[in-house]
Design a protein around this ligand. Structure first.
Ligand code: AMP
Length: 249
């Protein structure tokens, strides 16, 4: 069974992001970039399926700038076999990314496609769902457990107030939730080995996909800065302030 894993290059989760002065987006100059954490979980799950003898090959795909090769190498160091970079310097919307992933899936013919449930930069939570709609594959989103049995896959989903288990016919799309697994760290020998693994670069044009967007970002704003707190001397003063200043009681 071939597994395709979609991984996104995002701002590292430890970085405190700054909004550009003209409010057109987030300032990415000199900012540490990383593999989206939910995508790391997706790679880990695919690699585990390979270690269990369920998957035969794990292919990782990223839509992004040339520099995203770095994140693909990270995924290769975590155990993926091969990487595909759909190179585009433009910031693409989810639908364009989903169309490109579909073109790659059409070429690769995976039995299973794993994506993160969400990219931590855009917080869109829609690429996997869009890919499922475009490809007609079954989808199991927010997976906390995945079990392949023959030509079916059981996906336990984290839903409000509980768990739901669905059985999907393959080929299928799974998006990962936080509790699916704990990704491993790449060992130094595996980082060295990853440098030699195949990494193919294609363009959206070569895949025959138009990336024109129907959505444009009007404005990006940082959250309002919080004013400093104060210390009160007594309960009476606290109650007075809650009543008259904060007006919450
Ligand atoms: P989103 O819908 O943007 O929140 O992203 C959900 C998931 O879709 C991510 O965790 C990735 O698995 C996949 N994805 C989103 N954007 C890209 C991209 N540019 N390249 C590859 N995969 C992506």
């Amino acid at each position: 069974m071939k597994v395709l894993v979609a991984v996104k290059r995002v701002v590292d989760f430890n970085v405190k992001v700054r909004v550009k002065a003209d409010n057109s987006g987030v300032d990415l100059s000199n900012v540490k970039m990383a593999l989206n954490p939910f995508c790391e979980i997706a790679v880990e799950e695919a690699v585990r399926l390979k270690e269990q003898g369920v998957a035969s090959e794990v292919v990782v795909v990223c839509v992004g700038p040339g520099a995203a090769q770095e994140q693909l190498r990270t995924a290769l160091a975590l155990g993926a076999d091969r990487a595909v970079l759909v190179e585009s310097a433009d910031e693409l919307g989810s639908l364009a990314v989903a169309k490109l992933l579909k073109a790659v899936a059409d070429k690769e013919q995976p039995q299973l496609v794993i994506l993160g449930k969400q990219a931590i930069d855009s917080d869109n939570n829609q690429t996997g769902q869009m890919l499922a709609a475009l490809s007609g594959y079954a989808q199991g989103t927010f997976a906390s457990k995945v079990e392949v049995a023959g030509d079916k896959i059981d996906v336990t989903r984290e839903v409000d107030g509980g768990l739901q288990t669905v059985a999907l016919s393959l080929p299928a799309i799974v998006t990962t939730d936080l509790r699916l697994n704990e990704p491993r760290y790449a060992s130094l020998p595996n980082i060295m080995k990853a440098k030699k693994k195949p990494l193919e670069t294609v363009t959206p044009q070569a895949l025959g996909v138009s990336t024109a967007s129907t959505v444009s970002t009007l404005k990006v704003e940082a959250p309002a800065t919080r004013s400093a707190g104060i210390k009160v001397k007594s309960v009476a003063e606290l109650v007075e302030k809650l009543k008259n200043e904060a007006k919450v009681i």
